[in-house]
Design a protein around this ligand. Structure first.
Ligand code: PLP
Length: 375
């Protein structure tokens, strides 16, 4: 039997049409019609016919999009940036690229994302902080209204790391449209993929153009190569953007399949002492990865389940290990709401489950039965 994986790319036919067009026109370099088209299509998709004007920039990764967002937020050496604690390191590394100092903010139990009350406490402790980096974990939107309120109160810029949350809704609006800047990822394991890539979301052409300038080696307007700032080579290729355009046509379908997987787990695991990763009633997550949380007093540990699944040729993975527990960030600040650390608790009991949309019902039944056998 083949190994059941967390999430792998799911390709259709349209991707090849866009790629073929790039080949036929010999437009293989970065920049080009597929990049332009992809940016416009993502902007239109995220705005959903709303009045908001979004300006997008296609880039080589979600991490590069986050880096340029941090630059647009004007984070400078020594600046504190209040960051999600339980997330992938790519959320916070770009802060460090610019010399900023991440301060980690604990998560809450209702979405597993940054706790707005802990964020308020963080601002009391670090009143000079002017930027917040918020990730929507596993495609579940954070408590966005509350977070935005705290940001506005303190005059802080909000960057949304929506790498895992493309197509997730919060009160009828798409994740990635709430922050001053946002980043998407099209890495191979994400809900749609370009094999690798990312998108920076801004609210106006000026910001988008500035990011474009940095992403294309910071070339000043001159006949020769003239440089007044440090640049990067962060652009997406026209071939890769073609994959993205084809994938985007199937985003809603991917979301519905992810959702079906989540609810099948929820139903299948209801008689054992576990719960699924939670979300707010006012949100409609993309359920990028289904995760389970083992009840607190249960004898079965998450690594028992991990090992049993692994023996059964099923991939699973612990929840993102909180950043404040990472050796590289051991000297950084960390703020919790009360006495307990929610992120450490979730990390010690949670597991990401196979959520590949090509997984059959029988395969998922097999995963569910294997999990149940651990309890
Ligand atoms: C995948 C991911 C990123 C990075 O995206 P890449 O395209 O792999 O650079 C950033 N943040 C989070 C939360 C992610 O899951």
């Amino acid at each position: 039997m083949k190994r059941l994986l967390l999430a792998t790319p799911t390709m259709h036919e349209e991707e090849l049409r866009y790629i073929s067009e790039a080949f036929e026109k010999n437009w293989i370099a970065p920049l080009g019609f597929n990049c332009d088209g992809f940016e416009e299509e993502i902007a239109r998709y995220l705005a959903q016919g709303g009045k908001e004007q979004l300006k997008c920039l296609s880039l080589c990764s979600g991490t590069s999009a986050l880096h340029l967002a941090v630059k647009l937020a004007k984070v400078k050496r020594g600046d504190y940036v209040l960051c999600s604690d339980m997330t992938f390191s790519a959320t916070v590394n770009p802060v460090v690229y610019e010399g900023g100092i991440p301060v980690f903010v604990d998560c809450e139990r209702e979405t597993w994302n940054m706790d707005p009350e802990a964020l308020e406490k963080a601002f009391e402790k670090y009143p000079q902080a002017k930027t917040v980096m918020l990730a929507h974990l596993y495609g579940v939107p954070a408590k966005i209204d509350e977070i935005k309120q705290v940001c506005e109160k303190h005059g802080a810029i909000l960057i949304e790391d929506a790498a895992e949350a493309l197509s997730s809704d919060y009160k009828g609006r798409k994740a990635g449209t709430f922050g001053d800047f946002a980043a998407l990822s099209f890495n191979g394991n994400k809900i749609i993929t370009t094999s690798g890539g990312g998108m920076l979301i801004t609210k106006n052409a000026k910001d988008r153009d500035k990011a474009f300038f940095w992403a294309t080696q910071a070339r000043e307007k001159a006949p020769w190569y003239q440089h007044e700032e440090i640049g990067y080579n962060y652009r997406m290729s026209n071939v890769v953007a073609g994959i993205g355009r084809g994938q985007l046509l199937h985003l809603e379908e991917h979301k519905q399949l992810k959702k079906k997987i989540y609810f099948k787990y929820k139903e299948g695991l209801k008689d054992i002492p576990v719960s699924m990763n939670p979300y707010l009633e006012c949100s409609d997550p993309n359920f990028w990865l289904s995760c389970m949380l083992i009840d607190k007093d249960c004898k079965t540990g998450f690594m028992d389940v991990y090992d049993r699944l692994n023996e059964a040729n099923i991939e699973s993975r612990p929840i993102w290990k909180p950043m404040h527990l990472q050796p590289i960030f051991k000297n950084n600040g960390f703020v919790v709401k009360g006495d307990e650390c929610v992120g450490e608790d979730i990390f010690s009991r949670g597991l990401c489950l196979p959520s590949d949309i090509k997984m059959t019902e029988e395969e998922q039944d097999y995963v569910i039965e294997t999990i149940k056998s651990c309890f």
